[in-house]
Design a protein around this ligand. Structure first.
Ligand code: AMP
Ligand code: MG
Length: 355
């Protein structure tokens, strides 16, 4: 299959004709990768079981790992969910359109191919203007997981979609780099209290302010071995970089010293070492490949760059990677969740020295 690649933006305006063509392609059962505010999605018609099968095949994703159904009008929530509790309406009012996915009981019209065999459905109403118009042209319901090959980081730019999906899907809509860079928050509303299955840009605090108690699945910031997975996606091996990744947590100077010591140790053994630092620390590191995740004063910048950095280390054949740790609260929860998964939960805690 030849994959058509369309540049969406022309003179700052999104090309309506490309969006219309892509919508037609989805209606006919084709697959289209498109930008959203979180990461690039790999879309198919959510109500067509054959399209969902094709998504799993293109990604190499196990077919019991369900897809998120994307809508472009709030009222369509009632078309795909059989029950919409008051909490869901309040969440929608506060955070939709936006980077948040809700789990609800599914309506009959949503095929089990789309929900990975489950009786629940994941629904999101994205805010990205091109994504919304594409969904509208496609008939209103687009199933879309992230547009990476299974086991790779979610794509934050069209060129990464191309790397993973060229020849496997009909079209890629290039809308430039995404704004957020980490996947949507997933909140399960079929349990009481509601439970976050995946942290994201909409944080636990933001949801708790709205709803009172909101729990976090225990596996999110801890090792998940031995725990029964809540979201089907949690049971599959997550993306791990080719290099062996360790996170280092502790006082700033101690972290720098520890990482530099390890870097020179492995460099002396002929290994290629990569470091993920921040603007605050970058100049103090010595290694083959030192990358800046962003500024500690701006966690959004870190979320935006994380997946690109991990892909770059793979391309550079780095064999050892050390990363600074980030705060475990607020948006840091989402960043640390992705980093911990990539590291297979390998983290070193350094103590404050008491001299
Ligand atoms: P992706 O968009 O590639 O990050 O994948 C979608 C994520 O949503 C996966 O982690 C799924 O396991 C999760 N998901 C989708 N539908 C459901 C559902 N009905 N219940 C729980 N998790 C879901
Ligand atoms: Mg994904």
């Amino acid at each position: 299959m030849r994959t058509k690649i369309f540049q969406l933006k022309e003179n700052g305006e999104e090309n309506e004709e490309f969006l219309r063509q892509a919508g037609e392609c989805l209606k006919e059962g084709g697959l289209v990768a498109f930008p959203t505010e979180t990461v690039y999605g790999l879309g198919g018609d959510a109500l067509n079981p054959e399209s969902s099968r094709k998504i799993y095949a293109a990604k190499g994703r196990p077919s019991d790992n369900p897809l998120i159904v994307h809508i472009c009008r709030l009222e369509d929530l009632w078309q795909v969910a059989s029950e919409v509790p008051p909490e869901a309406e309040r969440i929608a009012e506060a955070f939709w359109p936006g980077p948040l996915t809700m789990i609800l009981p599914k309506a009959d019209r949503v095929p089990r191919e789309t929900t990975g065999g489950l009786d629940t459905v994941a629904v999101r109403f994205p805010s990205h203007p091109a994504a919304r118009r594409l969904i509208e042209y496609a008939g209103g319901f687009v199933a879309a997981p992230s547009a990476n090959a299974s086991g790779r980081p979610s794509p934050t730019e069209a060129r990464y979609v191309q790397e993973d999906m060229e020849g496997r899907i009909d079209m890629i809509l290039d809308g430039g780099p995404v704004g957020i860079g980490l996947e949507s928050t997933i909140v399960d509303l079929t349990v009481r209290p509601p439970q976050i299955l995946r942290p994201g840009f909409v944080t636990q605090d933001m949801l708790a302010q709205l709803l009172g108690q909101v729990d976090l699945d225990v596996t999110i910031l801890r090792d998940d071995s031995g725990q029964a997975p809540k979201a089907p996606g949690m049971k599959y091996r997550h993306y791990a970089p080719k290099g062996d990744l360790t996170i280092v947590s502790g006082p700033a100077q101690k972290v720098v010293d520890y990482i530099n010591e390890k870097a020179s140790f492995y460099a002396a053994r002929g290994e290629k070492v990569g470091i993920i630092g921040t603007e605050e620390s970058l100049g103090r590191y010595r290694a083959d490949s030192v990358k800046c995740a962003g500024s500690r004063t701006d966690e959004e910048s870190i979320g935006r760059r994380l997946y690109r950095i991990l892909r770059e280390f793979d391309d550079e054949d780095v064999t050892r990677i050390y990363s600074e740790a980030f705060s475990a609260g607020g948006y840091g929860q989402a960043i640390m969740n992705r980093l911990l998964k990539a590291a297979g939960h390998k983290i070193v805690y350094l103590e404050e020295s008491h001299t």
